[in-house]
Design a protein around this ligand. Structure first.
Ligand code: 4NP
Length: 154
């Protein structure tokens, strides 16, 4: 099994969408996709209702997901760790026990725009349109991630 983890701050807005989107593009017999937050405020909660609605509009059901906090054992458990923004990157990399662990962590939009340091913006405090924008960014990035993973592992 190839394991991919999507990480944001709260694990209720961006990374649940990233989890659902990437999962929908990969066969589940070979690829396991999960998500987590660097913070613990929303542990055990469903994704934000705006993320659930945005995903539903695009034909994805993410309502069964439950937020959890990123843990150090995720570095061993997962092959690839995608973070949504620069702040997530520094929070996750700070916890990396060694260089191999650190090398698993990549900024999500770096897949499409290597080295440009583009964040998937946090839509939590904004309006509904922010969630559509996040969905579009993640959909484009996840298409490429899925293509690359399938080339490498299938
Ligand atoms: P996320 O968005 O990191 O995309 O899940 C956020 C959700 C909650 C909070 C911040 C960002 N919060 O401060 O509670």
């Amino acid at each position: 099994m190839v394991k991919v983890l999507m990480v944001c701050l709260g694990n209720i807005c961006r990374s649940p969408l990233a989890e659902g989107i990437l999962q929908s593009k990969l066969p589940s017999d070979t690829f396991f996709v999960d998500s987590a937050g660097t913070g613990d405020w929303h542990v055990g909660q469903q994704p934000d209702k705006r993320s659930i609605a945005t995903a539903k509009n695009r034909g994805l059901d993410i309502s069964c997901q439950k937020a959890r906090q990123f843990r150090i054992s995720d570095f061993e458990e997962f092959d690839h760790i995608y973070v949504m923004d620069a702040s997530n990157y520094s929070n996750v990399v700070k916890l990396a026990p060694n260089e191999d662990a650190k090398a698993k962590v990549r900024l999500m939009m770096d897949v499409l725009y290597p080295g440009e340091g583009i964040d998937v913006p946090d839509p939590y405090f904004g309006g509904d349109e922010g969630f559509d924008r996040v969905y579009d960014m993640l959909d484009e990035a996840c298409t490429l991630v899925a293509e690359n993973l399938k080339k490498e592992h299938l």
